[in-house]
Design a protein around this ligand. Structure first.
Ligand SMILES: *Cc1c(COP(=O)(O)O)cnc(C)c1O
Length: 395
């Protein structure tokens, strides 16, 4: 053919991470068929949907099968009943997010990737290590990316003071509680970013996918920070909160006040969504509404408590070994420094061979992840406990 393709795709690093993990695990298992491998690299929820949520899907599906209650295309930005439930959720956290600023979608990843559509060629600022979508979606559009280093000294919570050049009108991605590091910005840390964005005319894209894991006195949403309503978009998801990774529902908040080049950002996003997206299915939106109801929230919180108990088992073990880590609270992730100066992949092989535990090499999440390792709390309690016993003997 003689068409042109988007050459920027060549700038994206091949994601060999999970295929390489699978390859090494398979080879090990074939050589050692009698060894029981514990998988602690899972970045997906494992507990089933709460019963009330399942019932909401079934009831809504039944409505769709009856002439009087059948519904066709949903509204592009979500049904009012769900947007209002999300606004109510913010009210419970203590912030005012009007239902009209909420845009329902099929998940946070879509919105994080699609938001690039409505923005011009700005400098992009992203902490490293990081959830790869922010970097890759901007590379696809040929944008210039500034990575700021997370490390032991800053607790994997980079701050604007680390940026070594003058910035004007940048787009800043933040994720807190963070994937992969489990680190969470304090009120002060997040305020430093909001102040910086306001000072430099920048916009923050805040990924709060793990908001529901927050248990300490740290921000649930960026809108708890004064001034965020003038510089921040927030993208959230039902995936980790309600186990919706296979159901698909999320949302984006765009405050009405956000404006650049005399255009409202919300107007661009609503135009983008209305053009390229036809909304989330009715049964899924009813399920999401149910997850936000008192009954649904209680069930979702019980599942999150289960994962967090696993996380705390791991945290207690690592503390007893004097191994440095972030996460383990407010997060399903534990991000640890590989012992004895091992590289991420050396530690991966060491854990697999000596303890039959599979985790994720930190290097796969960016340059600053080298020498670190991610363990997740999404396994069963029994497996996590056994992993801790094995780690106790090994480390
Ligand atoms: C899991 C996750 C999401 C959620 O994505 P969905 O598309 O809603 O499933 C978003 N951001 C981060 C950092 C995640 O880990």
């Amino acid at each position: 053919m003689k068409i042109k393709v988007n050459k920027h795709f060549e700038d994206i690093k091949e994601t060999y991470l999970f295929s390489e993990i699978a390859k090494r695990v398979k080879a090990y298992q074939e050589e050692n068929p009698d060894k029981k491998i514990i998988r602690m690299g899972i970045g997906d929820v494992t507990l089933p949907l709460p019963e009330a949520v399942v019932k909401a899907i079934k009831d809504a599906a039944s409505e769709m099968g009856v002439k009087e209650t059948f519904r066709g295309y949903p509204p592009e930005y979500g049904y009012d009943f769900l947007k209002e439930a999300i606004a109510e959720h913010y009210k419970e956290i203590g912030v005012d997010v009007p239902a009209a600023s909420v845009y329902v979608s099929d998940g946070a990843k879509s919105d994080l990737g699609n938001i690039v559509d409505i923005l011009g060629d700005n400098e992009i600022i992203i902490p490293d290590p990081v959830y790869p979508v922010y970097v890759d979606s901007n590379l696809m559009s040929g944008h210039k990316i500034t990575l700021i280093e997370g490390n032991i000294d800053n607790g994997f919570l980079p701050l604007p003071e680390q940026i070594d050049h003058a910035v004007e009108g940048a787009v800043i991605y933040l994720c807190s509680p963070n994937n992969p590091t489990g680190a969470v910005y304090s009120y002060e840390g997040l305020k430093a970013w909001v102040d910086y964005a306001l000072k430099t005319g920048s916009m923050i894209i805040y990924d709060s996918a793990y908001e529901a894991f927050v248990e300490e006195e740290v921000p649930h949403t960026i809108y708890e920070i004064e001034g965020a309503g003038e510089c921040a978009i927030e993208i959230c998801s039902f995936s980790k909160f309600a186990g919706f990774t296979g159901v698909r529902c999320g949302w984006t908040v765009i405050p009405e006040g956000l404006e650049a080049e005399e255009v409202r950002i919300s107007k661009l996003w609503s135009r983008r969504q209305a053009t390229k997206f036809n909304g989330v299915s009715y049964p899924v939106q009813r399920a999401a509404q149910k997850a936000l109801s008192p009954e649904g929230k209680a069930a979702c919180r019980a599942n999150i408590a289960y994962y967090k108990k696993n996380a705390s088992l791991l945290a207690v073990l690592l503390k007893s070994k004097d191994i440095k880590f972030t996460g383990g609270v407010n997060s399903p992730y534990i991000w640890l420094q590989c012992p004895k100066g091992m590289s991420s992949w050396e530690f991966f092989d060491f854990l697999l061979k000596e303890a039959q535990i599979v985790g994720t090499p930190g290097e796969g999440f960016g340059k600053s992840g080298e020498g670190f390792f991610r363990l997740t709390a999404f396994g069963t309690y029994e497996a996590t406990k056994e992993a801790c016993e094995r780690l106790d003997k090994l480390l």
